[in-house]
Write a protein that binds this ligand. Structure first.
Ligand SMILES: [Cu+2]
Length: 254
């Protein structure tokens, strides 16, 4: 028997076995002069396909990098609700052309179901005023996906490639989880195995994924920190996620 699992039925059974993602979603990722000069950014910790929210505590860092310069934006975050859970939002004014990389480091999240702490270093790239300079910027995060495909101006169906790094070094055969942000809840997975897809990087830490549909896609490369963390006096594993959010545009022949 085939069971069609929709976002709604998943929400009803409140499955927690699927992947959570740090999320930074901008209102626009290719901003033109006509679009105005500001974008809104929404930060959350969520199950993006199922539309199930989790609490995002105030992150340790939230910053923007442009032209090699990083600016702290932590103080600009406003409380908001994302998928009925605490998240943050802010408006940001794009003063100059080029690529703006928004990144956050959340506080480590204790996940009893996994008996581990989780920290998802999360980022997304926004191009301003038709200028893609800096699209391949590496921020030097603890763990990071460095894009090999320009992380905007992509068609649905394009192959997305990135290199997984941990402490600045490529991670051979790194595991990467891929998930669609099912914003309007219309996407359905024929099996819960397809809510989060899992791929591996090659021997050089490079992964590839052909994106089937337009919209926001999250890529999370998962590694375990060398240093455990303490929970109630016991050593627990600390999962380090390198997350990148990338938007793909609908192909249109019109
Ligand atoms: Cu979760």
């Amino acid at each position: 028997m085939k069971i069609l699992i929709t976002a709604a039925t998943m929400a009803a059974v409140a499955t927690t076995a699927t992947a959570h993602y740090g999320m930074i979603i901008p209102s626009d990722n290719m901003v033109s002069q006509e679009d105005g000069r500001s974008i809104d950014l929404t930060l959350s910790f969520s199950h993006p396909f199922e539309g199930i929210g989790m609490v995002l505590d105030r992150p340790e860092t939230f910053a923007v990098t442009h032209g090699g310069e990083t600016t702290d934006l932590l103080g600009d975050l406003q409380d908001t609700q994302v998928m009925d859970h605490a998240g943050f939002s802010t408006e940001y004014r794009l003063e100059r052309p080029g690529t703006y990389v928004f990144s956050m480091t959340p506080q480590p999240y204790w996940e009893p179901e996994e008996d581990a702490f989780i920290t998802h270093y999360t980022k997304t790239y926004v191009s301003a005023y038709g200028d893609d300079e800096g699209w391949d910027a590496e921020l030097g995060l603890k763990t990071e996906i460095v894009p090999l495909s320009k992380p905007f101006a992509l068609w649905e169906g394009n192959l997305f490639q990135g290199i997984v790094k941990l402490d600045g070094e490529a991670v051979p055969y790194a595991e990467v989880e891929v998930e669609y942000y099912n914003e309007d809840g219309t996407a359905a997975a024929p099996s819960d195995l397809m809510i989060t897809q899992t791929i591996k990087a090659d021997a050089d830490g490079v992964f590839s994924y052909a994106v089937p549909a337009a919209g926001w896609w999250g890529f999370a490369a998962l590694n375990t920190a060398e240093e455990p963390m303490q929970h109630e006096g016991e050593d627990k594993a600390h999962e380090l996620g390198a997350v990148i959010w990338v938007h793909f545009e609908p192909w249109s022949a019109e």
